[in-house]
Write a protein that binds this ligand. Structure first.
Ligand code: SF4
Ligand code: SF4
Length: 458
């Protein structure tokens, strides 16, 4: 019997030998209820979010055409990459934190791959029947019954896939227009192409690839052991209590040589990745807890205490104190707090306008007929907000200089404007160059933009 053990502070994963088709038995129980409830909540959120409106527009929309992301009143552009970096870092450390404490519960409860596989399995159980019926159907030669059953199942799977793809696309194309166009067959070939692509991805992933995606394509299962330690809660079978396993009568005496495992094999049959957790922790295990539900029900039938399979750390199983093992969690929590503070500071200090100034490269300076020196600058103003803005330009650091034809500059919402600004020196200007600043005041008094540059003389 193999067992996950400690070695240099790391959890060791046993290898499994899954080589045959997995027929998953439907399981009810405490952990399955949590999984299904979370699945419902997250799926409903996924479908409803694109319909939320804010000030007459879709509240959350990734507009790829103009490369912007609307999040309620905020509009983010590629220049705002920093906040995305912070967000990704926060997500990564949150995942490390949770994995360090509770193992792969992200995979077992909230990963879209798991939720959609659960959905597809639910349809499969309704159409093809329970595990035995599915195995029987699989062995059956193709006839009318098998063909009809398979066609119904795959049609329902494809329907879910198309709905999923359409919802996913509604994060990139305004939802109202998208659904209307799709339903009236007026959507562009580009949109149709993406919907078909995402639908096929969903159908293949959740219907066919399933656990293979987690085992071979998701990097998380490969590097999970780095995040685990002996205090991480993993799915653990109590070998001492369970062995020697063997069948017995439900209401009969337990033979002395047997442990509590009645070898009903239910923990294997309900496992969505097809492993036998009694062989020790294996990297395929997604911590879904279905084997716990199955085993607890068996224990209830035999009047044995629950918990032969349970969430437990190696130290807990060995009754080892782990007071000094929390430092890594504090480190993760500290990093997440720092990232949160940085994100809040970024949001608070973020300007809805940007300005940049480039000196006219063709002529460094010009002398006018009335002996003034003039410099011309190209000023680019970007209004990232959802409302128009008017700016007044002033100079700072240049005494008695003026801006020729200084008019307020109007910038439309989410537009860039380029204006040429000519600065004129006083008559007695003799310097080779003078550093100064352009100050732009938003007429609403909301914002002040400052940019440094240099005035050149003869
Ligand atoms: S071993 Fe148990 S917890 Fe792990 S994937 Fe299988 S059923 Fe889920
Ligand atoms: S479900 Fe429990 S009792 Fe049945 S085989 Fe698995 S560990 Fe043994």
């Amino acid at each position: 019997m193999q067992k996950s053990t400690k070695n240099s502070g790391a959890v060791i994963f046993q290898t499994s030998n899954i080589d045959s088709k997995i027929f998953v038995r439907e399981q009810k129980g405490f952990f399955q209820r949590i999984r299904r409830s979370l699945g419902w909540i997250l799926t409903i959120l996924f479908m409803v979010i694109p319909f939320i409106q804010y000030q007459g527009e879709q509240a959350i929309l990734f507009d790829l055409e103009v490369q912007k992301l609307n999040i309620f009143s905020m509009v983010l552009y590629p220049q705002d990459l920093f906040i995305f970096v912070l967000l990704l870092m926060f997500s990564a450390f949150a995942l490390f934190f949770v994995s360090n404490k509770y193992g792969r519960i992200w995979c077992g409860y909230t990963c879209p791959q798991t939720i959609w596989t659960m959905m597809y399995l639910w349809v499969e159980h309704r159409v093809e029947g329970n595990r035995q019926a599915k195995m029987k159907l699989d062995k059956m030669p193709y006839g009318l019954k098998k063909v009809v059953t398979k066609v119904v199942k795959h049609t329902l799977w494809l329907l879910i896939a198309v709905i999923t793809a359409a919802v996913f696309m509604s994060y990139f194309v305004p939802a109202h227009d998208l659904y209307l166009d799709l339903l009236t067959l007026k959507s562009s070939s580009l949109v149709n192409g993406w919907v078909i692509f995402f639908a096929l991805c969903t159908y293949i992933n959740a219907g066919w690839i399933r656990e293979k995606m987690c085992e071979h394509m998701c990097p998380y299962s490969r590097f999970q052991s780095v995040m685990f330690n002996n205090n991480t809660k993993v799915i653990a079978y109590d070998v001492e209590r369970g062995e020697q396993r063997g069948p017995r009568k439900i209401n009969g005496e337990k033979p002395d040589h047997l442990g509590d495992c009645v070898d009903c094999n239910l923990c294997v049959q309900v496992c969505p990745v097809g492993i036998d957790i009694r062989n020790g922790l294996q990297y395929e295990c997604i911590s879904c807890g279905l084997c716990i539900d199955a085993c607890d029900q068996t224990m209830d039938k035999f009047n044995y205490p629950r918990g032969l399979i349970k969430y437990s750390s190696i130290n807990e199983s060995a009754n080892i104190e782990h007071a000094n093992k929390k430092s890594i969690n504090y480190a993760y929590a500290l990093i997440m707090t720092i990232i949160t503070v940085l994100s809040l500071l970024w949001i608070v200090n973020r300007s809805e306008f940007e300005v940049s100034v480039i000196k006219d490269r063709n002529v460094l300076y010009r002398e006018t007929y009335d002996n003034l020196i003039e410099n011309t600058f190209q000023m680019k103003i970007f209004n990232k907000s959802k409302h128009a803005a008017v700016f007044n330009v002033e100079l700072e650091g240049l005494q008695h200089f003026i801006i020729a034809d200084n008019q307020p500059i109007e910038v439309a919402p989410q537009e860039r404007t380029i204006v040429m600004v000519t600065v004129l020196s006083p008559e007695d200007y003799q310097q080779k160059f003078t550093d100064f600043k352009f100050i732009l005041h938003n007429s609403d008094g909301e914002s002040e933009l400052v940019t440094k540059t240099t005035f050149h003389g003869p």
